[in-house]
Design a protein around this ligand. Structure first.
Ligand code: AKB
Length: 319
């Protein structure tokens, strides 16, 4: 078996994907990479690590050849809110990185996993039961890069036979690494604040419903879609995957069951609110269920219990 390269390995997804891939395929078979070295406290398990700028094609090529890489999980990207602050940088990294990863994959016969997002949809997309194949006219630079990335992956599959697969991920909730600049980040921050201060000020409005997923489900989905029998895949790339959806009020009510006295208030950030208002409330993921057996394990109640338990071991109340 060849080896797996993970770009952006120190980010929110990579921090859990790398250990999961290492548990599944063996420590030495998974090369973690990022633009910088891990900082103190950032542990992504034992195993090979490379500093890699994935906008440099020769650097990706060199790492791939040296480690005999046959599969790339390409996680390096800017998230929606930070991308809106720096649209030019978002285009350079999100598109420039993917283009180079796909090119090197084509030259070396490697497969590629791409995380797309609910951000690939826009205000004219049906927001409830969002179909697998539907209108995609996002109004954010993040969304523009996600749609273009989905199309580029399809093009490389069709034109060059690159086995490029991917998922449209919802907001991801994790107790390991915090997300860096997304619109759904509130659903992680709220747990840290609940434990430390017993209250949270939310930057989205009380009734903003969005699709969400607990990271263990997301990591399983990423491994499963890459292992799926290609003969069963009609879509191959950009599968809708859903697990739970809730509003900030509903999540706060669930947290209150475990943190008595927890309170939430709202100070809406118009930029992130506009982004959230253009995204699906609840995607239809039947294509993923039918074509490769997607089944989420975590709902809001189980995720909330686990987040509070895991974070509660690391964080002390500030009160
Ligand atoms: C973000 O909020 O930008 C991401 C996403 C849903 O793609 N979490």
């Amino acid at each position: 078996m060849g080896n797996i390269l993970v770009t952006g390995a120190l980010g929110q997804i990579g921090s859990e994907l790398v250990p999961a891939l290492r548990a599944h395929y063996g420590e030495g078979h998974v090369v973690a990479s990022d633009i910088r070295l891990p900082r103190a406290g950032e542990v992504i398990s034992e195993g090979p690590f490379e500093i890699l700028d994935c906008t440099r094609m020769s650097a990706i090529s060199e790492v791939m050849r040296r480690h005999d890489v046959t599969k790339i999980y390409h996680m390096a990207a800017l998230l929606s809110a930070v991308a809106e602050e720096k649209p030019q940088a978002a285009w350079d990294l999100n598109m420039g990185g993917l283009y180079r990863v796909l090119e090197v994959a084509r030259q070396n016969g490697a497969a590629v996993f791409l995380p797309s997002s609910i951000g690939a949809f826009g205000p004219t997309t049906p927001r409830d039961g969002t179909p697998q194949d539907t209108i995609q006219r996002p109004t954010t630079i993040y969304g523009v890069t996600k749609v273009a990335s989905e199309l580029l992956c399809d093009y490389y599959a069709l034109r060059f036979g690159v086995d490029a697969r991917g998922l449209r991920l919802p907001g991801l909730i994790s107790h390991v690494a915090k997300p860096g600049g997304g619109t759904t980040d509130y659903a992680v921050d709220i747990f840290y604040r609940a434990i430390r201060y017993g209250r949270y000020t939310c930057f989205l409005s009380a009734d903003t419903r969005l699709d969400m997923m607990y990271m263990p489900d997301a990591v399983c989905a990423m491994i499963e879609v890459m292992e799926a029998d290609p003969a069963r895949l009609r879509h191959r790339n950009a599968f809708n995957v859903a697990a739970m959806n809730f509003t900030p009020t509903e999540l706060a009510t669930e947290i209150k069951k475990h943190v008595p006295g927890f309170t939430i208030d709202y100070d809406v950030d118009p930029v992130r609110q506009a982004i959230a208002d253009s995204w699906p409330r609840c995607m239809d993921d039947s294509a993923a269920r039918e074509e490769w057996g997607w089944r989420p394990q975590w709902d809001m109640a189980a995720m909330t219990r686990d987040m509070l338990e895991k974070l509660g071991k690391r964080l002390k109340p500030a009160r």
